[in-house]
Design a protein around this ligand. Structure first.
Ligand code: HEC
Length: 245
């Protein structure tokens, strides 16, 4: 009985000793899976920390404004040419395009082609002819039967824009529409011209019908702006240059 106990004890100790020594042994490295040295791990960690710290401190959150040097232009020659080509007229028309997109687009469409009972602006005489009635339409809106490019419209109303657009915005959008959709590219409508239209028609309470619009040959008074090439402006807009009221 005591033998048994002793033997048991002995065997137990052996097994513990054997396992302990096995555990102390490092595993045999397999080819290609040898552990890397601690110094390499430390070097990588140091590189990551230094690099991360540098980016964190100097990146400015990778924000465009803080990562771009003030005044930096990627390709200076191209940019200069583009800036030179963008004339005063282009800028003026771009302003008109912005007004068009914000105000007229939804109804008359980006193409100016209209939709359903909303008439087209492309090649429409209401756009290309008298600027007074065009300004009236924008200022006080439009309703009732109207013929545009030989087609009849009249079941929808255009709301007055005089409360939401100032003279310059109306002048620019008229110029843009005339240039883009009407092919009238040599003259513009100025804010002084629209101011004259507003003075004459701004107090009108009713929405326009064809009957309340000025004649097709009635142009708003005012000079063409100085920045516009004066040559075509002189022979193309004699009516616009003559104050008429
Ligand atoms: C809510 C829709 C709507 C908006 C916004 C609108 N229009 Fe109109 N517009 C119409 C409708 C509808 C008519 C036709 C009214 C009628 O039948 O008498 C019209 C008529 C016209 C006409 C005369 C007919 C033609 O097609 O030539 C012109 C010019 C015109 N609009 C220009 C503009 C311009 C420029 C703007 C932006 C400043 C504008 N409209 C904004 C709906 C709109």
């Amino acid at each position: 009985m005591s033998d048994e106990l002793q033997n048991h004890d002995y065997e137990h100790k052996t097994s513990v000793r054997d396992h302990g020594s096995v555990r102390r042994e490092k595993q045999e490295p397999k080819t290609g899976l040898e552990p890397i040295t601690l110094s390499l791990v430390a070097a990588c960690a140091a590189a990551l920390m230094i690099g991360g710290g540098y980016l964190g401190a100097k990146s400015g959150g990778f924000d465009f404004a803080s990562t771009t040097v003030n005044g930096y232009v990627p390709d200076p020659p191209d940019i200069e040419i583009a800036a030179a080509e963008l004339s005063e007229l282009d800028k003026y028309l771009a302003g008109g395009e912005a007004v068009y997109k914000a105000t007229c687009n939804g109804c008359h469409q980006v193409t100016g082609g209209g939709q359903g009972q909303i008439p087209p602006l492309v090649d429409a005489e209401w756009v290309t002819e008298g600027t007074e009635r065009f300004a009236q339409i924008i200022l006080n809106g439009m309703t009732g039967p109207i013929s545009v490019n030989g087609k009849s419209f009249g079941s929808q109303m255009m709301p007055p824009q005089k409360g939401s657009l100032n003279d310059k915005q109306i002048a620019q959008v008229m110029s843009f529409v005339r240039h883009k959709f009407g092919g009238v590219t040599d003259i513009v409508v100025t804010k002084e011209m629209v101011a004259a239209a507003r003075e004459k028609h701004g107090a009108q309470a009713n929405i326009n019908t064809v009957a309340s619009l000025a004649a097709a040959d009635s142009y708003l008074p005012g000079e063409q702006p100085e920045w516009l090439n004066p040559e075509p402006a002189e022979d193309a807009a004699p009516a616009a240059a003559e104050p008429e009221n």
